[in-house]
Each structure stands twice: as C-alpha cells, then as structure tokens.
Design a protein around this ligand. Structure first.
Ligand SMILES: NC(=O)c1ccc[n+]([C@@H]2O[C@H](COP(=O)([O-])OP(=O)(O)OC[C@H]3O[C@@H](n4cnc5c(N)ncnc54)[C@H](O)[C@@H]3O)[C@@H](O)[C@H]2O)c1
Length: 315
C-alpha cells in the first residue's frame, strides 16, 4: 500500500511515518511511504530514511505528480501555531485553505482511495460544552477559521467527486519530536526545556486553562484504524484523551518528574486560545480505539526525548 504524508517533517507526520515503516516488519503489512514538506517548520532529520521525500509546497501544482499510484493520503501540512496564524491571516489562509484544496485536488486527479486530513480541537474554541462532541462548531481564531474552510471543501470534494475523506480533530498531541523551536513552543516541551536548563518556564495567562493532552502513540493507533478500517470513511473523529489538566498542573507534574522547583514566570494571555479543551471521544471509541498512555508515562517519554536532544546539542 502506498501512503503519502504531507507535513512529513513535522511532529505528527514524522511519528506516523515511523509507525508505518515499523509496521513493515510484520509480514502482512507493507507500506511504501512518500512524504512532502517544504521544511518551513519541520526538519529533514525527522524524516525516516525509508521515506521517498519531496521538498515541495502543498500550494504548488508540482505536487500532483507525487500522487500517482498513491492509495491513501494523510494531509498534515499546515501553518498551525495559533499565535503565528493570528499575526498572519493571509499566509494562514494561503497555506491552510488553498494548500489543502490543492492536496484534495491532487488526490482527486490521481484517483487516490482516501484522504485523511487534520482538522483541530480549535474548531471548539468558543464552545461551553464539555466534553465537546464532533457536532459542535465554534471557531474563533484565524487558524480555526482556516480549518473550518478545509472542512467545507472536504465536504464538497466528498459530494461532488466522491473523494473518501476522514477528518481528525486532534486535541493537544504531545510526545517525541514535538516542535519546540517555534516562537511559542507547545506547553509541555517549553516547560521541560526551561526546567532542564534551570530556567523559569513561562505561563501565558493564569495557568488555569485546561487542556486535553493525547500522547502521539495513541494518535498513531487511530491513524492505523484510518488505514485499515473502512468505518472511518467519510467521518470526523475527535482525537483526545477525554481528560484534561490545567497548565499549572502540567508544570507541577514536570517539576516533580524532574525533581526541580523553579517558579514559573506569568505573562499576559495569548489571543485566540480557548479556556478549556476536552474531547468527547465516543465516536472513536465505537471503533474499538482507546487512549492507553497516562499523562505521567507520556511525560516521562517526552522528557527522555528532550534530554537526548539536549545531549546531542540540538537544543
Ligand atoms: N500537534 C497538535 O497538537 C495538533 C493539534 C490540532 C491540530 N493539529 C494539526 O495536525 C497537523 C500536523 O501538526 P503537527 O503538530 O505535526 O505540526 P508541525 O508544525 O510539526 O508539522 C507541520 C509540517 O507541515 C509543513 N508545512 C507547513 N507549511 C507547508 C507548506 N506550505 N507546504 C508543505 N509543507 C508545509 C511544516 O514544515 C511542518 O513540517 C496540522 O495540520 C495541525 O494543524 C495538530
């Protein structure tokens, strides 16, 4: 089976590529993995060497030829830091809407069997319903507006061109290879790095915001369902743990695991960020999927990865 991943040099894409390639050791599986990334955020060294990699932009028509003979696409490339998107709505729309439509079009032209693509829990930003089911839609930020537009384009591709699609609404995915280089890194990596450097972590707002964190291996378990289980076709799934932790609690857990006690610095709240995210994961569970990694186990693995990166001089 030939699987193409856009955004392969990023956090979720590179982890997914590894999972698919490791699956090749089983006799019954063989995944030929193709990857596209313009390396604007992701790093080439994240891409497993078994992948056929094209450095290309999802907005370019050049990508069409990479879709020949592809059975399934995971479309993950995006401009995805909410803060960056708030600062540049035009670029956000260009990459996340035009880029996504170009990927759907490439898939349609090549007769690809199915496209699994990334939406986001940000679609629930304005919601007061917790846990939040997939039926809810309350986007507010430019980032979530771009994901909403992708969703509507996906629906049109489904109804006019019969393109099979699966939408994944990731909550806060964490684990090895999480992008810690961006201006405002994801909270867990940011805290781990600061504390390991004996510096104060920065908390934006009061720290009372609560987030549903899901470990990357659990997300990959669901990705494999998207590859193998036709019940995922033309459906939308929340991918979260169904539990939430405040930002302060995450800081405390990491401090405890590292045996450090360095007070955080509080900075003004960031625009466009929801107070609470909590996934209703009933739909994904119906397919026999369940998140397996508890927060401490996940954090220990995330810490181990960052320690290794530091030891190698990459942080
Ligand atoms: N990580 C999360 O917690 C989370 C939560 C909700 C939604 N998502 C969505 O999941 C997807 C993957 O997220 P991630 O955490 O792996 O992000 P990431 O930033 O680590 O990876 C995205 C990749 O896309 C590439 N890219 C960006 N613009 C491109 C372009 N124009 N052409 C080609 N490549 C381009 C980047 O270089 C990067 O490698 C994104 O669509 C994101 O919006 C992620």
């Amino acid at each position: 089976m030939r699987i193409l991943i856009t955004g392969i040099a990023g956090f979720i894409g590179s982890n997914l590529a590894l999972r698919l390639i490791n699956g090749n050791q089983k006799i019954e599986n063989h995944y030929d993995v193709i990857g596209i990334d313009n390396l604007s955020y992701g790093l080439k060294e994240n891409i497993p060497e078994e992948v056929t990699f094209y450095q290309s932009d999802i907005r370019s028509k050049e990508i069409y030829r990479f879709f020949d003979g592809v059975d399934l696409v995971f479309h993950l490339a995006a401009k995805n830091c909410i803060n960056d998107c708030q600062l540049d709505p035009v670029d956000t729309a260009d990459i996340n809407i035009t880029g996504t439509v170009n990927v759907f079009e490439a898939a349609r032209k090549a007769g690809v069997g199915k496209v699994v693509y990334a939406e986001s829990s940000a679609l629930y930003e304005g919601s007061n319903q917790f846990p939040t089911p997939e039926s809810e839609l309350m986007p507010e930020s430019f980032y979530s507006m771009s994901k909403l537009s992708s969703m509507y384009f996906a629906k049109a591709y489904q109804s006019f061109y019969n393109l099979k699609l699966t939408a994944l609404r990731y909550f806060c995915v964490y684990g090895p290879v999480q992008d810690y280089r961006r201006t405002i890194p994801p909270v867990m990596s940011a805290f781990i790095i600061k504390l390991l450097k004996n510096e104060s972590p920065i908390i934006y707002g009061t720290g009372k915001k609560r987030r549903d964190f899901i470990y990357i291996d659990d997300v990959n378990d669901f990705h494999m369902k998207c590859v193998n289980d036709h019940r995922t076709n033309n459906k939308t799934f929340n991918l979260g743990s169904g539990k939430y932790f405040s930002v302060i609690k995450i800081y405390e857990l990491i401090s405890e695991l590292l045996g450090k006690r360095i007070p955080p610095i509080f900075k003004p709240d960031l625009p466009g960020e929801a107070e609470i995210t909590l996934a209703d994961i009933t739909e994904a569970k119906k397919l026999g999927w369940e998140p397996k990694t508890d927060i401490k186990t996940g954090l220990i693995k995330a810490i181990e990865y960052i320690k290794n990166e530091m030891a190698a001089g990459r942080i």
